[in-house]
Ligand binder design. Structure first.
Ligand code: XMP
Ligand code: MG
Length: 185
C-alpha cells in the first residue's frame, strides 16, 4: 500500500515520472533479504562491502535486518555522469580494507551494465577472500549487460529505465527520497 512516504514531494515533481517501488515494499523486501543473508552467513562473520555512494541507504537498512555477526566497510566506485555510464570505472578505498580470508558480500545499489563489478571482482580476488557474493538492491533488465554476473541476492529486478531515490542519484541529487522513482529527464 502506498502511504505518505511515497508521495512525490512537490519540489521534485518535475524530475520524477512515477514511483516504481514504494517505501513500504522496499522495507518488506529488505527484511526478507536480511533474514536470508543471516541464514546463509551464520558463523562466517561476513564483511559487507558497500559500494559508495549509491549503496549507503540500502546497506544501512539491510545491515539492521541481518541478525548475525558481521562487519561493514565501504569503497567508492564512479562510472556515471548524469544518466550515462562512461564505461570507465574509478575505484577508491580498497587499499585500507582487509579482505584476505574473509567472506565478502559486495553490496551495490544497482547492477546495470555490470562494468563496475567486472572491474572490481578480479581486484578483490587478488586479495584472497574466502568467498565473494554479490548483493544488489536493483538488477536492471538490460541488453547492455553483456557478461554473465552471478548475483546471489537481488532485492528487485527493474526495467531498463533510469531510476533515482533510496540512495540512487541524478548528478548527486535525490538520493534521500524514501522510494525508488523513475527519473523524468
Ligand atoms: P554498472 O553499469 O557499472 O552500473 O553496472 C553501476 C553503477 O551505475 C549507476 N547507475 C545508476 N544510478 N540510476 C542511478 O541513479 C540508475 O538507473 C542507474 N543505473 C546505473 C550506479 O551508481 C551503479 O552503482
Ligand atoms: Mg550513481
Amino acid at each position: 500500500m502506498k502511504g505518505v512516504q511515497d508521495e512525490v514531494p512537490e519540489y521534485v515533481r518535475g524530475e520524477i515520472a512515477s514511483v516504481l517501488i514504494s517505501a513500504e515494499k522496499i522495507r518488506e523486501r529488505i527484511e526478507a533479504l536480511g533474514r536470508e543473508i543471516a541464514e546463509d552467513c551464520k558463523g562466517k562473520d561476513p564483511l559487507l562491502l558497500g559500494i559508495l555512494t549509491g549503496s549507503f541507504v540500502f546497506l544501512s537498512d539491510l545491515c539492521r535486518e541481518i541478525e548475525c555477526k558481521h562487519e561493514i566497510a565501504f569503497l567508492r566506485a564512479k562510472s556515471y555522469v548524469g544518466t550515462e555510464s562512461t564505461g570507465k570505472v574509478k575505484l577508491e578505498g580498497l587499499e585500507s580494507i582487509d579482505i584476505s580470508g574473509r567472506h565478502v558480500i559486495i553490496v551495490e545499489d544497482i547492477v546495470d551494465t555490470g562494468n563496475t563489478l567486472e572491474k572490481l571482482l578480479p581486484i578483490l580476488f587478488e586479495k584472497k577472500p574466502a568467498s565473494v557474493e554479490i548483493c544488489t538492491l536493483l538488477l536492471k533488465e538490460t541488453e547492455r549487460r553483456t557478461k554473465d554476473l552471478s548475483v546471489k541476492y537481488t532485492a528487485f529486478t527493474i526495467p531498463d529505465q533510469f531510476v533515482v531515490g533510496y540512495g540512487l542519484d541524478y548528478d548527486q541529487s535525490m538520493r534521500h527520497l524514501p522510494f525508488i522513482g523513475i527519473f523524468k529527464p
